[in-house]
Write a protein that binds this ligand. Structure first.
Ligand SMILES: NC(=O)c1ccc[n+]([C@@H]2O[C@H](COP(=O)([O-])OP(=O)(O)OC[C@H]3O[C@@H](n4cnc5c(N)ncnc54)[C@H](OP(=O)(O)O)[C@@H]3O)[C@@H](O)[C@H]2O)c1
Length: 359
C-alpha cells in the first residue's frame, strides 16, 4: 500500500496507529490506500480521520534540502496548513538558519539529518544542483524506500531523480506555475497557483494532496512535454518583462518622463489582462492590427525604423504573430491582413539588416 511503511514507522513512534483498510484505484488509475487513523490516547482509541480518500501526507514529516525562496515559502505554507516540518539543510548554514527562523523549524548541518527525520524531502536547490544532490544522497545511502523525494523545477523532468529512485524512494516533481521573487511574495502567491505534477500513478495522489493542501490547483504533465510547458511559462512571465521593457524604452524615446512610465503602463497592462480574462484570446485583441488600420501600422514601422531601429525586429515579429489572431477574431479582412503582413515582413527584413550592421 502506498507509502504505508514510512507512515507506519512515523506514527508508531508517536503513538498513532494507522489501520490499512484496503486498496483501490483513484480517478487517475493510481493505487490508493484506504486508511483509518487512530490516536491511542488515555481515553482509548480516538478516531482522527475518515477512512478512505487520499494518502495522509498531512501526517508525514517534511524536510527541505535547499533553503532558498521556494523551499522556505513551501515550508512556511505547509507548516501553516498543519504539516510537520523537520527543517532545512542548505549549501550554507546561513540560509538554512534563516529558513528555519522564518518557518519556526530546525536547521541541520548535515544533509543526512533531513533524511533521517523526514519521509517527504523536497530538493529545493537551484536546478543545476538537483541532479548532483540526488546522486550524492543516493551514493551516501541516505535515501531508501521510506522516502518520497520531490523537486520543484519546471524545466527538469523526473529523470534527474533517477539515482534516488534506484534506492527505492518514490519520486515526484511538483512545479508551481508562479514567479517567486521573494519568500514573502511566494507565500502570498503560491496558494491559488496552478502546479504541474509529474510522477508515476502510485505517487500522484500524494502530489495532488500536497498541492491541494497548499491551496493550489494541479494538472498532471508528461515528462516529454515538460520542456514545452516550461517554455510556455517563460513566454508568459519572462517575456512579458521583456515586452514591458521594450514598451518602456519606446515611451521614453517618445518623450514620456521615465518616472511616469509605469504609472502609465500598469493601467494599460491591467486592463488588457482583465480583457483576456473576460474575453479570452483573440477576443481581447484591440489596436490597429485588429482594426485593420493599414496606414497606422505603416507609420509604426516607419517610426521604429527611424528612431529605434535596434528594436524593430522584435516589434515587427510580434506584429506578424498578431495578424493571424486578428483574422481569427474576425475583425481583419483577408486583403488587409495581407497588406499589414507585407508591411511588417518588409520591416522584418530591414530590421535584420540593422541588427547585422550593429553586430
Ligand atoms: N523562484 C521561482 O520563481 C520558482 C518558481 C517555480 C519553481 N522554482 C523552482 O524551485 C527550485 C528552487 O528555486 P528558488 O527560486 O527557491 O532558488 P533559490 O532561491 O536560488 O534557492 C536555491 C537554494 O538552493 C541551495 N543550494 C544550492 N546548491 C545546493 C546544494 N548543493 N546543497 C544544498 N543546497 C543547495 C542554495 O543554498 P545557499 O543559499 O545556502 O547557498 C539556495 O538557498 C528550483 O528548482 C526552481 O526551478 C522556482
Amino acid at each position: 500500500m502506498l507509502h504505508c511503511r514510512g507512515v507506519f514507522t512515523c506514527f508508531f513512534m508517536q503513538n498513532w496507529i494507522l489501520v490499512p483498510l484496503g486498496t483501490g484505484k483513484d480517478r487517475d488509475g493510481g493505487e490508493l490506500g484506504f486508511l483509518c487513523l487512530l490516536d491511542v490516547c488515555p481515553e482509548g482509541f480516538c478516531f482522527m480521520a475518515p477512512p478512505g480518500g487520499e494518502v495522509f501526507s498531512f501526517f508525514m514529516k517534511l524536510g527541505f534540502v535547499g533553503a532558498g525562496v521556494v523551499g522556505t515559502a513551501l515550508g512556511a505554507l505547509f507548516k501553516k496548513n498543519g504539516y510537520s516540518i523537520v527543517g532545512y539543510y542548505s549549501r550554507t548554514l546561513k540560509s538554512a538558519r534563516e529558513a528555519a527562523g522564518f518557518t519556526g523549524t530546525d536547521y541541520f548541518e548535515d544533509v543526512a539529518d533531513v533524511f533521517a527525520h523526514a519521509e517527504i524531502v523536497f530538493l529545493t536547490t537551484n536546478d543545476d544542483a538537483i541532479g548532483p544532490v540526488a546522486r550524492q544522497i543516493a551514493e551516501d545511502g541516505l535515501v531508501n524506500d521510506k522516502h518520497i523525494v520531490i523537486h520543484c523545477s519546471g524545466s527538469l523532468n523526473l529523470s534527474v531523480l533517477a539515482p534516488v529512485k534506484e534506492q527505492g524512494a518514490g519520486i515526484l516533481a511538483i512545479h508551481p506555475l508562479q514567479s517567486c521573487a521573494s519568500v514573502e511574495q511566494a507565500v502570498a502567491h503560491l496558494p491559488g497557483s496552478v502546479f504541474s505534477i509529474e510522477g508515476e500513478a502510485s505517487v500522484r495522489p500524494l502530489g495532488r494532496r500536497l498541492v491541494k493542501d497548499l491551496g493550489g490547483q494541479y494538472f498532471f504533465i508528461d515528462s516529454e512535454r515538460k520542456a514545452l510547458y516550461h517554455a510556455a511559462a517563460v513566454v508568459a512571465s519572462n517575456y512579458l518583462v521583456t515586452l514591458v521593457g521594450l514598451s518602456k524604452r519606446m515611451m521614453v524615446k517618445a518623450g514620456m518622463p521615465e518616472e511616469q512610465v509605469y504609472q502609465a503602463l500598469y493601467p494599460l497592462i491591467n486592463g488588457t489582462l482583465s480583457n483576456i480574462r473576460k474575453l479570452d484570446i483573440p477576443g481581447a485583441l484591440t489596436g490597429p492590427i485588429a482594426r485593420g488600420d493599414v496606414s497606422t501600422v505603416a507609420d509604426h514601422v516607419k517610426t521604429m525604423r527611424e528612431l529605434l531601429p535596434q528594436e524593430l525586429p522584435l516589434f515587427v515579429e510580434l506584429g506578424c504573430s498578431t495578424v493571424p489572431l486578428a483574422k481569427e477574431k474576425g475583425s481583419l479582412s483577408g486583403d488587409k491582413a495581407s497588406r499589414i503582413y507585407k508591411l511588417l515582413s518588409d520591416g522584418r527584413r530591414s530590421g535584420h539588416e540593422n541588427i547585422t550592421q550593429r553586430v
